[in-house]
Design a protein around this ligand. Structure first.
Ligand SMILES: [Ca+2]
Ligand SMILES: [Ca+2]
Ligand SMILES: [Ca+2]
Ligand SMILES: [Ca+2]
Length: 326
């Protein structure tokens, strides 16, 4: 519980480091979204000059292709059900992310205009959205930055029975939501809903798309449909296709920070204990661990490689008062 409190309270952003892309879901390169963009479709149709296609994933004519180009994530309206969409991201142990934004890829079929999106509501959870035991980490309705890409989402072009021709009616928009959250190691879920720029305009989030294949081990994106969460399964195209799990294409930007040692500095099982302060300062002045017989942590409290460093004192007191690692 204490651990949870620490994480839930740890929302301060440490200034200094420049934001960069830290993670791209289902992609080996943090700067490249998993859209499998190509200059020519599987059927050999070239993209318009300067543009590219993002073709729905397939695993060949026998195993078949995915059927869905995207998954709805728009607010409800008089003529529309309400949707949310979610996927997970793991912050690895020994790391800490000071997140500044998260970017999703979205299209609205047939839309032409300045922007199909006017707002976003993004929640970050420890655990699945709204599941028992999950904790809300942060939530924002900050205005997203919406920019047109030169990538067009298209249905599969080389798996039947009905072959579709690619077209430019599904332009993909990059939707960057500002987020200010410090994420310590753990499994987080991003839970997104989008508001269209005009009522009842449908908005679809593009799933993670592979150059070859319909799914990958561990894919687990979820969608809330009219209030009920469910795992997303693409039913598939072709008589032999079976439903497979999906993930979403998204980027996380920010900076990587340090992870501090446990505030139980003398490892006696008692946390937020004044004897840990005594122990810290004893070791900091090259004295013994206290009480006698206890084994203290090393003095590089913030694990930045520098020790007997005043920064470690600042970091210790910050964590001791349930603040962030510094
Ligand atoms: Ca996932
Ligand atoms: Ca202690
Ligand atoms: Ca250390
Ligand atoms: Ca240090």
């Amino acid at each position: 519980m204490l651990r949870n409190t620490l994480i839930a309270a740890g929302l301060a952003i440490v200034p200094g480091a420049l934001a960069q892309n830290l993670y791209s879901n289902a992609s080996p390169d943090p700067n490249t979204p998993a859209l499998a963009s190509v200059s020519s479709t599987g059927s050999g149709v070239p993209a318009p000059g300067g543009a590219s296609w993002s073709e729905v994933g397939d695993a060949g004519p026998v195993v078949g292709a995915n059927a869905a180009a995207g998954f709805a994530a728009h607010v409800g309206g008089p003529n529309a059900l309400a949707y949310r969409i979610a996927d997970d991201v793991v912050v690895p142990s020994g790391s800490s992310w000071s997140v500044t934004s998260m970017t999703f890829y979205v299209y609205s079929p047939g839309f032409s205009g300045a922007s199909p999106i006017s707002g976003a509501n993004l929640k970050v959870w420890l655990g699945q959205p709204e599941a028992q035991g999950s904790l809300s980490v942060t939530s924002t309705t900050a205005a997203p930055v919406v920019s047109a890409t030169s990538i067009y989402r298209v249905f599969v072009t080389n798996v039947g029975p009905a072959i579709t021709s690619p077209d430019t009616s599904r332009q993909i928009w990059a939707v960057t939501v500002p987020v200010a959250a410090r994420l310590d190691p753990g499994a987080y879920w991003l839970d997104l809903q989008l508001t269209p720029s005009s009522p009842n305009l449908p908005l679809y989030v593009v799933p993670a798309t592979l150059a070859n294949g319909r799914t990958s081990a561990g894919w687990n994106a979820r969608q809330q449909v009219d209030g009920a969460w469910q795992a997303i399964a693409d039913t598939g195209k072709s008589a032999l296709a079976s439903p497979v799990a999906q993930d979403l294409a998204f980027l996380v930007a920010g900076s990587i920070g340090n992870v501090c040692d446990s505030v139980d500095f003398n490892n006696d099982g008692s946390l937020f204990d004044p004897t840990d302060i005594d122990a810290f300062f004893s070791v900091f002045s090259e004295g013994p661990c206290v009480p006698s017989g206890a084994t203290c942590n090393d003095i590089d409290f913030n694990n930045d490689g520098s020790f007997f460093d005043p920064q470690d004192v600042d970091a210790f007191f910050s964590v001791f008062s349930e603040g962030p690692c510094l």
